[in-house]
Design a protein. Structure first.
Length: 289
């Protein structure tokens, strides 16, 4: 069955980015001049997924407003004849059909994905984490969807990380490898460095079989008292194929302060309007540090 729906969990508390995230969602932090979440929605649309379910919660209203019409602003820009800015305002609301569900208490990523069960139904679906950016010049989701359509089961995005950083991620044990596609034999959430099965870390893109919902319903809270998506996928391995696609492109975790800064600088440096003056300034300023 073709993958048509995307689920974007965006209900987390964003505690690594306090105080910025006290009253506004981390997914709305601007990366250059666009909120992080808009890059994620654009990526889903590029991969052909136009039915999007966003998992939100308290303090997350700005997410819904961003993808809605802004009638007064549009009227004011129209009256001024400012077509360029008008297009920027209208773009997010024209991107896709976005549905919303509230998570209530953020009890973990697995719990967030479970709130999508009714909307998704019995078909494979994609999950894109709302604070995880894949550079728009690199493709990943399209490849993952193709693997799912060929092999069935579920597909997880993986990335090689330095061995001492694997404890920040879910880690995968893998078997055979066909280029960048691997068969996953085990998954463990945030292992101690010495227990990690590899340095292949799970990053925020998944294409999942709907069976995951049955597993999530009976998955007890795991690490950190949260219902872990990694634990549920790990259980799927016993009954269905689970593959990994190893991503070697550019990825930014905008929920992490340093990675967020890197994303802003890198994407701005590559822009025609901002890149040249930014790079000139950086070249001048860095030697003074
Ligand atoms: P993170 O672990 O990065 O989110 O989850 P967090 O809990 O907000 O982060 P910190 O550690 O407190 O800073 C990855 C994605 O899953 C969503 C988050 O919004 C983020 O997009 N998420 C996480 C939920 O939707 N619900 C949850 O219960 C947990």
């Amino acid at each position: 069955m073709a993958v048509k729906k995307a689920v974007i969990p965006a209900a987390g508390l964003g505690t690594r980015f306090l105080p910025a995230t006290k009253a506004s969602p981390k997914e709305m932090l601007p990366v250059v001049d666009k909120p992080a979440i808009q890059y994620v929605v654009e990526e889903a649309v590029r991969a052909g997924l136009e039915d999007i379910l966003m998992v939100t919660g308290r303090n997350k209203r700005p997410l819904e407003d961003h993808f809605d019409r802004a009638v007064e602003l549009e009227q004011s820009l129209e009256a001024k004849g400012d077509e360029n800015k008008l297009a920027l305002v209208q773009e997010p609301s024209d991107l896709a059909t976005i549905h919303y569900v509230r998570q209530g208490d953020p009890r973990g990523l697995g719990h967030a994905v479970l709130t999508a069960a009714d909307h998704v139904g019995q078909q494979p679906f994609a999950v894109l984490l709302g604070d995880d950016l894949i550079d728009f010049r690199d493709t990943l989701l399209e490849q993952m969807i193709a693997v799912q359509e060929r092999e069935g089961g579920s597909v997880v995005a993986l990335m090689e990380v330095p061995a001492d950083q694997i404890s920040l991620y879910g880690a995968a044990a893998v078997e055979s490898s066909d280029g960048d596609v691997v068969r996953i034999t085990g998954l463990v959430e945030k292992p101690a460095v010495e227990d990690a099965p590899s340095n292949l870390a799970i990053i925020g893109r998944y294409v999942l079989s709907p069976t995951v919902f049955d597993v999530l319903r009976r998955t007890p809270p795991g690490r950190g008292g949260e219902i872990q998506l990694t634990d549920a996928i790990s259980e799927l391995i016993d009954t269905e194929p689970v593959h990994g696609v190893v991503f070697r492109g550019r990825r930014y975790d905008t929920g992490d302060r340093l990675d967020y800064l890197k994303a802003v600088v890198r994407l701005a440096a590559d822009r025609e309007d901002l890149g040249p003056p930014l790079l000139d300034w950086l070249r001048e300023w860095l030697p003074t540090r």
